[in-house]
Ligand binder design. Structure first.
Ligand SMILES: NC(=O)c1ccc[n+]([C@@H]2O[C@H](COP(=O)([O-])OP(=O)(O)OC[C@H]3O[C@@H](n4cnc5c(N)ncnc54)[C@H](OP(=O)(O)O)[C@@H]3O)[C@@H](O)[C@H]2O)c1
Length: 242
């Protein structure tokens, strides 16, 4: 399979490194100075997007016109999702999107789903989320923390509202507090804490490097090749982990 890397920064280079070890050829690379994808669509089968949120719609349009499937790992473009979904559906291409492509994180999500379901019936337990990333991260809270918050609020009925700014006083019981720290060179750390006066249970995922994201993105690119529709990493993994 031939892939194009849209975004050739930290993630693009990590994906290229791992592609070398698999039967995947990187045949096109785009960055902010060379971003006209329409000129090179004959060169690849699937585009893997780890770039910036601003040009996502334009890049999806260019790939869709050429009937090229995509994997999008770029974060911070939720406001454009409606536009992207209609382009993908109108042009019958395939897209896998995820705020976190790490296989470990996606299994971590499954663990959170299971725990949240159990704690839903025990009002004695409060729940909160903490995340830490390197000082250069553009978005806050992280896309992964927002996904975790969504998972929790869908399963713990007493948590109805996301609080992701520093509280100015007592927080309301229905608020789910998600706190973010930006410091140093931390690749990505996420914790979900279920806390009561009796005990505290903490689930933590620590990314040690970017290789887990790259592995998942390549797995998704191979999986989506030849498919049509909008998918998440959960769909990809449910084929691998029934
Ligand atoms: N979903 C996940 O699992 C996951 C994991 C890690 C990161 N991410 C996300 O992936 C994105 C990239 O992360 P990164 O760490 O690789 O960032 P990075 O090191 O800053 O690299 C960004 C790359 O995107 C390029 N770019 C910027 N504007 C572009 C445009 N208009 N057209 C084409 N390329 C463009 C940059 O080009 P220049 O070099 O010319 O500036 C650079 O090559 C971020 O949104 C990040 O949050 C997602």
């Amino acid at each position: 399979m031939r892939i194009a890397l849209i975004g050739y920064g930290k993630m693009g280079k990590e994906i290229e490194q791992q592609a070398l070890e698999k039967d995947v050829q990187v045949t096109a690379r785009f960055d902010s100075k060379n971003s006209d994808i329409s000129k090179a669509t004959h060169d690849f089968d699937v585009a893997v997007h780890f770039a910036a949120p601003g040009p996502v719609v334009r890049h999806v349009e260019a790939c869709a016109r050429a009937k090229k499937n995509m994997v999008i790992g770029t974060t911070g473009w939720t406001k454009d999702m409606g536009k992207v979904w209609s382009i993908v559906q109108d042009q019958d291409i395939g897209l896998v999107h995820a705020t976190n492509f790490s296989v470990g994180v996606n299994i971590f999500f499954q663990m959170i789903k299971h725990s949240a379901k159990s704690f839903d019936r025990f009002v004695e337990y409060d729940v909160f989320v903490q995340e830490t990333h390197h000082k250069d991260k553009a978005d806050s809270p992280s896309g992964t923390a927002l996904t975790i918050a969504e998972i929790l609020m869908q399963r713990i009925k007493r948590k109805k509202e996301l609080l992701n700014t520093p509280p100015t006083g007592r927080i309301k019981p229905e608020q789910l507090h998600v706190s973010s720290t930006r410091a140093g060179s931390v690749i990505g750390a996420h914790s979900v804490i279920f806390d009561s006066s009796a005990d505290s249970i903490e689930l933590t995922h620590n990314a040690k490097n970017r290789s887990g994201f790259a592995l998942g993105a390549l797995l998704a690119a191979e999986w989506v090749h030849g498919k049509q529709g909008i998918f998440t990493m959960e769909d990809v993994l449910s084929d691998v982990i029934p």
